[in-house]
Design a protein around this ligand. Structure first.
Ligand SMILES: C[S@@+](CC[C@H](N)C(=O)[O-])C[C@H]1O[C@@H](n2cnc3c(N)ncnc32)[C@H](O)[C@@H]1O
Length: 218
């Protein structure tokens, strides 16, 4: 959940069903480690579910599991025979996510890959192509993740990336948070690449954080 929740977010949230026990657990775990502010908000999570459902996604890759909150939303949007591969480099985060996603892991619908995402993605190519890739990991590596997603997403599938505004840094507002020059440059390159690539239909949904959504057309 983001630290500052706007009235718009609160209003949309008030229309949504309350989060179930699994999602509550994921939020509690991330609160315990002081990282609840970096989990998706309900509004963002539902936007992702909507995108996945609109392309009837079955096979999805997520980069950045944290404690499994977004994974839980993604799994809810997949059919029973769908599968999510979610990548997390921190063994501590992965262990908490394993607790949250236990039932789905046992059912074979979810696999947590504990590794640096760039390394993990190389291995995951063999499981592809995928219907969707959700990017929410190391900001400095977003361009690499995006290039991997371009190659490994099916035509008709979607690539989604969160935090593409970097708290305004991408348009030069440095007041909110400090991001490195590399992170800002990488995010700007990825956003431009997404909009210029003729094989994609790309939009940035102006959520608080900025959510890039690209549909692969050819
Ligand atoms: C913003 S959080 C993900 C939040 C999660 N998607 C959610 O909404 O519940 C980013 C996660 O990416 C992980 N991460 C950072 N760098 C990574 C890397 N190089 N490879 C894999 N995971 C990474 C972090 O440990 C952290 O758990």
């Amino acid at each position: 959940m983001r630290k500052v929740k706007s009235d718009r977010y609160s209003y949309i949230e008030s229309l949504s069903e309350p989060e179930d026990k699994t999602k509550e657990k994921a939020r509690n775990h991330s609160q315990q480690i002081g990282l609840d502010a970096i989990s998706l908000s309900v509004v963002e999570a539902r936007l992702i579910q909507f995108q996945l459902q609109s392309v009837s996604a079955k096979k999805v890759v997520e980069i950045g599991t944290l404690t499994g909150l977004s994974a839980s939303y993604i799994l809810e949007a997949l059919p029973q025979d769908g599968k999510l591969w979610t990548i997390e480099k921190s063994p501590q985060h992965a262990e908490l996510a394993e607790d949250v996603l236990d039932t789905e892991i046992k059912a074979g619908r979810c696999q947590i890959v504990v590794d640096d995402a760039q390394k993990a993605l190389e291995g995951l190519s063999a499981e592809g192509p995928f219907d969707a890739v959700f990017i929410d990991g190391n900001k400095a590596a977003y361009l690499n993740y995006f290039e991997w997603a371009l190659k490994n997403t099916k035509v008709g599938g979607v690539i989604i990336a969160d935090n593409v505004f970097l708290a305004g840094s991408v348009w030069g507002d440095m007041s909110a948070q400090k991001f490195s020059e590399k992170q800002i440059s990488v995010l700007n390159q990825m956003n431009r690449m997404a909009f210029q690539n003729k094989s994609l239909s790309s939009v940035i949904i102006p959520t608080e954080e900025g959510m890039l959504v690209c549909k692969k057309l050819s």
